[in-house]
Design a protein around this ligand. Structure first.
Ligand SMILES: NC(=O)C1=CN([C@@H]2O[C@H](COP(=O)(O)OP(=O)(O)OC[C@H]3O[C@@H](n4cnc5c(N)ncnc54)[C@H](O)[C@@H]3O)[C@@H](O)[C@H]2O)C=CC1
Ligand SMILES: [Mg+2]
Ligand SMILES: [Mg+2]
Ligand SMILES: [Mg+2]
Ligand SMILES: [Zn+2]
Length: 547
């Protein structure tokens, strides 16, 4: 290449970087369409177009650059990625966008990452409900007498469980639903007071048809509920089995698959126990459609004409929201009088008739805390079978920050900093407040907020803590998504290594005064979707200033 060609190219790069820096989307797009090689070119101090646009807050330019395949992991001569730069200069929506997998989002709220539709506790669908079979009474009765069929038994909505037989190192024993065969529940089934609900069939991958002698190869599950204690008429072989009283918090000890089954069974059975008479005329009803309908027995009742929702199981939608401070670094949590001491949670409230999810979020937050809400974003949902709520989890961005607590509904509401929230997740009772358990969607929402917007090791955990954990000879993933779990498992691991997100590595290296090479890092795809590095931790590492 001649020096003239070199300088022509340099000039083009300079021009491109200048457009990106000034936020001229049209010019940037035109130049990319002529020469896509420009995307990852850098100028002074190794700054790329993406970094310059991140520095100056040009969201549109950043989206265009990424859409065209620009590499967001490049670092400048100071080791900063575009993410670090956006974060440093306070362009939070851009930092979040760069930290995400590239989905476009409302500014100020989290990326609508597909993986956010993660399963919450009680949400796992172990069974295929096969609702079309509910009206097939022949099929249902054949299934009820089939030897492969599984029955789970409730007494006053408490499930019959057994403790996990396997040897495990868990601190608490795992509870399992007791799976009865038809023979063992024969007497209970004959009892007229027993309500039977068809829950569904095991999904095919869980029950390969070759192993099953049934004609259609499907293993059906039914739930039974009785008012009178049926223990004597049940045939139980396991020694340690019982009705699980005290559903909260005991139901939270089931494994995820079974929690999903209980969510369905307990909600439908609870509906039967509360709606034994016709809500329209007060008359007697009978159970139909595999337990998914109650039909009034009174001639001429209005509920028999057309379709009426009074005949079907009810679900109460509840909004539960993590309210984010306009500065993006604090969140609003409240506590009810009934909460355990020191516990704060997301605000929540029932959706009212004629209301959207978004408006319910705005109304409940305003009623309970006096804070006004702007954008609302749905995150995830959770069936909550006590008795039949559907928790709809959202993020809500506050427009005002003054708190005025409605003492009738809640006892207290406060803004908590990111660090206080992280402490509550990691340190348990040493923190300034405690969180609901991991099975609650409030916990999930808070963790999701932390995980998505805190990919930096130093926001997370001070050096002292890092050192302490590594001395426990554990494995520490400094990704917020995994750190809580890693912290809990720390005793079980045999060696220690540290995982940092790519975007935080330069900062760690700077703190340690070592190069990436000296750390001996290895690339790693963190479960949260970010690219990350691991390196082996040793206590002979250079000392960092404690944070
Ligand atoms: N408030 C919180 O911090 C959290 C609440 N939850 C759950 O979310 C649900 C709703 O939250 P709340 O703050 O209690 O709601 P809320 O803020 O709407 O207030 C509850 C009041 O609303 C009325 N209400 C309206 N519709 C109702 C219905 N379908 N069922 C029962 N009461 C109804 C009752 O007067 C009740 O006392 C509850 O089941 C609660 O256990 C879960 C996690 C946290
Ligand atoms: Mg409430
Ligand atoms: Mg309320
Ligand atoms: Mg309410
Ligand atoms: Zn009726």
């Amino acid at each position: 290449m001649t020096s003239v060609q070199m300088s022509a190219k340099d000039e083009m790069v300079e021009q491109f970087l200048d457009y990106a820096s000034r936020g001229d989307l049209a010019k940037v797009s035109t130049m990319i369409s002529h020469s896509s090689q420009l995307l990852n070119e850098s100028g002074r101090q190794g700054w790329t177009a993406l970094m310059l646009a991140a520095r100056n807050g040009h969201f549109d330019v950043i989206k265009a650059l990424l859409l065209n395949g620009c590499n967001k992991y490049l670092a400048n001569k100071s080791g900063q990625t575009a993410y670090d730069i956006a974060k440093f200069w306070g362009h939070r929506h851009i930092a979040r966008f760069l930290a995400s997998n590239g989905d476009v989002t409302l500014p100020g709220i989290l990326p609508s990452n597909k993986s956010t539709e993660t399963e919450t506790y009680f949400s796992k669908e172990y069974l295929n409900r096969m609702s079309d079979k509910r009206t097939d009474s022949e099929w249902l009765s054949a299934k009820q007498s089939s030897p492969e069929t599984v029955f789970i038994v409730f007494h006053n909505l408490d499930p019959f469980v057994t403790t996990e037989p396997e040897e495990r190192n868990d601190i608490q024993p795992q509870l399992k639903l007791y799976r009865f065969g038809g023979d063992s529940v024969k007497e209970v089934l004959e009892n007229s007071d027993t309500v039977v609900v068809f829950l569904g069939v095991e999904k095919q991958e869980a029950s390969p048809s070759s192993l099953v002698s049934n004609k259609d190869g499907l293993i059906a599950w039914f739930a039974l509920n009785t008012k009178k204690n049926p223990t004597e008429s049940l045939k139980v072989t396991a020694s340690n089995s019982f009705f699980l009283t005290n559903p909260m918090p005991m139901l939270l000890m089931l494994n995820e698959d079974e929690a999903g089954i209980v969510a369905e069974a307990r909600s439908v059975l609870a509906w039967h126990s509360r709606y034994s008479f016709c809500p329209t005329c007060g008359g007697k009803t009978k159970v139909d459609e595999g337990g998914y309908k109650r039909t009034c027995l009174t001639d001429g009742c209005r509920s028999l004409q057309g379709i009426h929702n009074t005949c079907y199981p009810r679900v109460d939608p509840v909004v539960i929201m993590l309210v984010l401070h306009p500065d993006g670094n604090r969140c609003l949590l409240g506590r009810k009088k009934s909460f355990p001491q020191g516990m704060f949670s997301c605000l929540a409230g029932f959706i009212e008739p004629g209301e959207t999810i978004e408006n319910a979020v705005r109304r409940e937050v305003l009623e309970e805390s006096g804070v006004t809400i702007g954008p609302v974003q749905y995150v995830s949902s959770q069936p909550w079978p006590m008795p039949s709520s559907l928790m709809i989890g959202c993020f809500a961005v506050a427009l005002s920050t003054d708190i005025k607590v409605d003492k009738n509904e809640i006892e207290d509401a406060r803004w908590f900093t990111r660090q206080e929230v992280i402490d509550a997740l990691v340190k348990g009772n040493q923190a300034v407040f405690s969180m609901p358990p991991r099975q609650a969607i409030a916990h999930y929402l808070v963790k999701h907020w932390i995980e998505d917007s805190t990919p930096c090791v130093y926001d997370w955990v001070s050096y002292k803590r890092l050192e302490m954990l590594s001395q426990m000879n554990g494995s520490l993933y400094l990704c917020p998504l995994e750190a809580t779990a890693a912290f809990q498992n720390v005793h079980n691991r045999s060696h220690s290594f540290v995982c940092v997100h790519a975007s935080s590595l330069w900062q760690l290296c700077a703190e340690l005064s070592v190069t990436q090479k000296e750390l001996g890092t290895e690339g790693y795809d963190c479960d949260c979707g970010s690219s990350a590095f691991t390196f082996k931790w040793s206590t002979t590492m250079p000392q960092m200033a404690s944070g």
